[in-house]
Design a protein around this ligand. Structure first.
Ligand SMILES: O=C(CO)[C@@H](O)[C@H](O)COP(=O)(O)O
Length: 221
C-alpha cells in the first residue's frame, strides 16, 4: 500500500487554521488532535470545531481522540464528519463495540496505543480496525523526540497483518521528520503523521512531498 501523509494540526497556526490546512492539500489525511485535558494534559478542540474543519478541509479528516470515554464520543466524531476516527485503547471500555459503531456509521475505525501499551492487546481484535496508530511520543504535545523503542510494536503489527492478509494501515505519530521517516517505514508503518516537521517548514506542502519521497524510497529498499 502506498505511503500516506497526515499533517497534524497541533503544530498549525490556529489563528489561520483554514489557510494552513489548505496549504497541505497535497497530503492524504488531515490529522486532527482532539484533547480533553483529562486523558492527556492538553486541551484542543471539540465537536463543533471538528465539524467546521471537516467542512473546510480539502482532505479527509482523521480525528485522533486523546479523550476519556471514547465509547460515547468516538461515534459522535464520525457523525460530525470525520472520515476516520482514532480512539485510544487505554481509554476504551469496549474497543470492539466502538470499532463496530464507527464502521456502522460509515467511518474508518482506528485504535491508538500509547508508547507503554503492549501491542498484544489488539492482536486478537485486529480485524475490527482499518488502522492502528502506534504513538511514537507520549500523547499531548507536538515537537517531542521520537521514541525508537516503539518500533517493535509496528513490526509485530505488520507481521500479524501480513500473516492474515489484512490490508491494515499502520500509523505512527510523534517526532516523524526527515531523520526518522526511514526508521518508521522500515519497521512497517505506512501512514505518517507529522506536525512540527510540516508546519514548522518554510514550505509545508514541499515538506509533505519531501517526507513522502523519503518514505517511498525506504519502503522500496
Ligand atoms: O498527537 C500528537 C501529540 O499528542 C501528535 O499528532 C503531534 O501533534 C505530533 O507532532 P510532532 O511530533 O510531529 O511535532
Amino acid at each position: 500500500m502506498a505511503i500516506q501523509m497526515a499533517p497534524s494540526i497541533l503544530s498549525a497556526d490556529f489563528a489561520n487554521l483554514e489557510r494552513d490546512i489548505t496549504t497541505v492539500s497535497n497530503a492524504d489525511w488531515l490529522h486532527v488532535d482532539v484533547m480533553d485535558a483529562h486523558f492527556v494534559p492538553n486541551l484542543t478542540l471539540g465537536l463543533p470545531v471538528l465539524e467546521r474543519l471537516a467542512e473546510v478541509s480539502p482532505l479527509p479528516v482523521d480525528a485522533h481522540l486523546m479523550i476519556e470515554d471514547p465509547d460515547h464520543w468516538a461515534p459522535r466524531y464520525a457523525e460530525a464528519g470525520a472520515t476516520s476516527v482514532t480512539f485510544h485503547l487505554e481509554a476504551a471500555a469496549d474497543p470492539v463495540a466502538i470499532a463496530r459503531d464507527l464502521r456502522a456509521l460509515g467511518a474508518r475505525s482506528s485504535v491508538a496505543l500509547k508508547p507503554g501499551t503492549p501491542v498484544d492487546q489488539v492482536l486478537d481484535i485486529l480485524t475490527e480496525f482499518d488502522m492502528v496508530l502506534i504513538m511514537t511520543v507520549e500523547p499531548g504535545f507536538g515537537g517531542q523526540a521520537f521514541m525508537p523503542e516503539t518500533m517493535p510494536k509496528v513490526t509485530a503489527l505488520r507481521e500479524a497483518a501480513t500473516a492474515s492478509g489484512q490490508a491494515l494501515r499502520i500509523e505512527v505519530d510523534g517526532g516523524v521528520a526527515r531523520d526518522t521517516v526511514a526508521t518508521v517505514v522500515e519497521a512497517g508503518a505506512d501512514v505518517l503523521v507529522a506536525g512540527s516537521a510540516v508546519f514548522g517548514a518554510e514550505d509545508p506542502a514541499a515538506e509533505v512531498e519531501a517526507l513522502r519521497a523519503l518514505a517511498e524510497e525506504a519502503s522500496h529498499r
